[in-house]
Ligand binder design. Structure first.
Ligand code: C2E
Ligand code: CA
Ligand code: CA
Length: 422
């Protein structure tokens, strides 16, 4: 495969997913280095196609530093690759990365607006790590993504990451995940939600847990993204539905009625084609229609296409599902869309609750969110109340609910029932 072939392939396939399907090797290209560059997405400006506007400027600036025989291409939103031929030394590579980084210390101006961009690099080497564009891009991209999870360096080579224990652990976890879902190694804990007015726990959030035979407790913050990346999020959520239905039955058997169970719905699953039909099926087949089933959906996804979600949420509402906007206050929080969406409640993120007794800025934000929600008739729940100082602030808000270590940590269903039975 020659550079021209790659050029043709890429010009037809803007997104990397297509590129990944090409597995021809460019055998002549020994000693190549691939840089995968990703700019932090200006997600709050998503609807303005800001990336398309920035692309020509980014391209022009970067190309200035590239030699004629190197190859540059935009490969996705905010993503670019550079392919350097004929082996560059690590000093040259570092210098190039520095030059490119320096360009973006200055803001880019478009229509009189200034945009500050931050960027990261992932690097892979041919032939050591692969001789196809597919593998090189994949490894460089993987290096970049792993950096976000494992270390603070702004540049990491895939060589470094592929030999690190974290990488080995991740690949093992990835391999073990399907079976762990299948055989019940992944379970759920229940964190009670406290209603100040009723002076009682009125619901619980179900939180996934994985006790791995070799690695012990693996955080859902690690394995949920893994499940999302490897197509395992649908089966995992199906398990969760079955578990939820089962839990409602056990609660009822213990005369605990009128209790809500909240489950986290991954945006990846939510956006999949089978989402609605799967939900519809489980609601009817697993007797969930008359239960207090809540979906927690992260606020972050909504900015993209509010009307699309508005329709979907309407359909969910007809299935008697209560929708809570999770992690509220962490993204680009717009009150405008709140009134347009058929949601029932918002869940204020724990980052805003931390030290709320001391942090005046957070207190002001929480205050504003609360009053706006009241005006829009939305329930408010806060997460991450850890101590009595934080609790003493939160409890003053009328009809607010609270979830956090101060009231209760996540626990087994058995422990939950013991806690709820007087
Ligand atoms: P989240 O939905 O924001 O869940 C709240 C997280 O905060 C949980 O972490 C919970 O254990 C923790 N937490 C609760 N109270 C406190 C507190 O007082 N202080 C502090 N510092 N933390 C508190 P966990 O269980 O590790 O879950 C992390 C994330 O993983 C969740 O964030 C959620 O996004 C995801 N997740 C968990 N289970 C599932 C699941 O079944 N499906 C999906 N799609 N995602 C899940
Ligand atoms: Ca949640
Ligand atoms: Ca959260």
């Amino acid at each position: 495969m020659t550079i021209d072939d790659i050029d043709t392939a890429l010009s037809h396939h803007y997104h990397l997913e297509h590129l990944f399907q090409s597995d021809k090797s460019f055998d002549k290209m020994i000693d190549a280095t691939l840089l995968f560059i990703e700019f932090d997405e200006l997600s709050y400006l998503h609807s303005y196609n800001i990336d398309d506007m920035l692309a020509p400027k980014i391209t022009k600036s970067i190309k200035y530093y590239l030699s004629l025989d190197s190859y540059f291409q935009r490969v996705g939103d905010y993503q670019y690759i550079i392919l350097l031929q004929n082996g560059v030394s690590s000093k040259e590579l570092n210098q190039l990365i520095k030059q490119i980084s320096n360009i973006f210390l200055e803001p880019i101006s478009i229509n009189d607006n200034l945009f500050y961009l931050t960027l990261s690099f992932g690097v892979s080497f041919s032939p050591k790590e692969g001789t196809t564009l597919y593998t090189l891009v994949k490894k460089a991209k993987y290096a970049l993504k792993s950096r976000e999870k494992f270390s603070q360096h702004s540049v990491i080579t895939s060589e470094e990451i592929f030999t690190s224990t974290s990488y080995l652990k991740m690949t093992e976890l990835m391999k073990d995940l399907p079976l762990a879902i299948e055989n019940g190694e992944i379970t759920w804990e229940y964190q009670p939600q406290y209603d100040y007015e009723k002076n009682a726990y009125t619901g619980a959030e179900m939180l996934a847990r994985w006790k791995h035979p070799k690695y012990g407790d693996v955080s859902p913050e690690i394995f949920i993204p893994l499940a999302e990346e490897t197509g395992m999020i649908a089966p995992l959520t199906v398990k969760l539905f079955i578990e939820t239905s089962h839990s409602f039955k056990i609660l009822e058997k213990n005369h605990i009625n009128d209790f809500s169970l909240s489950i986290n719905i991954s945006p990846v699953f939510l956006m999949s084609k089978t989402f609605y039909t799967t939900i519809d099926f489980f609601i009817s087949e697993y007797d969930l229609y008359h239960k207090k089933l809540h979906f927690e959906i992260t606020e972050q996804i909504l900015i993209k296409d509010i009307y699309l979600y508005s329709e979907l949420f309407d359909k969910l509402k007809k299935l008697n599902i209560h929708i809570a906007l999770d992690d509220f206050g962490t993204g680009y929080t717009s009150f405008n869309y709140l009134s347009e969406l058929p949601i029932s409640s918002i869940k204020i993120d724990k980052s805003l609750i931390k030290d709320i007794d001391k942090n005046l800025k957070n207190r002001t934000i929480v205050n504003a969110i609360y009053h706006m929600s009241q005006a829009l008739n939305l329930d408010v729940i806060v997460e991450g109340v850890e101590n009595s100082a934080e609790n003493s602030i939160i409890k003053n808000y009328v009809s607010i609910k609270s979830q956090g270590y101060y009231h209760a940590k996540p626990m087994s269903l058995k422990e939950l029932i013991l806690k709820l039975i007087p």
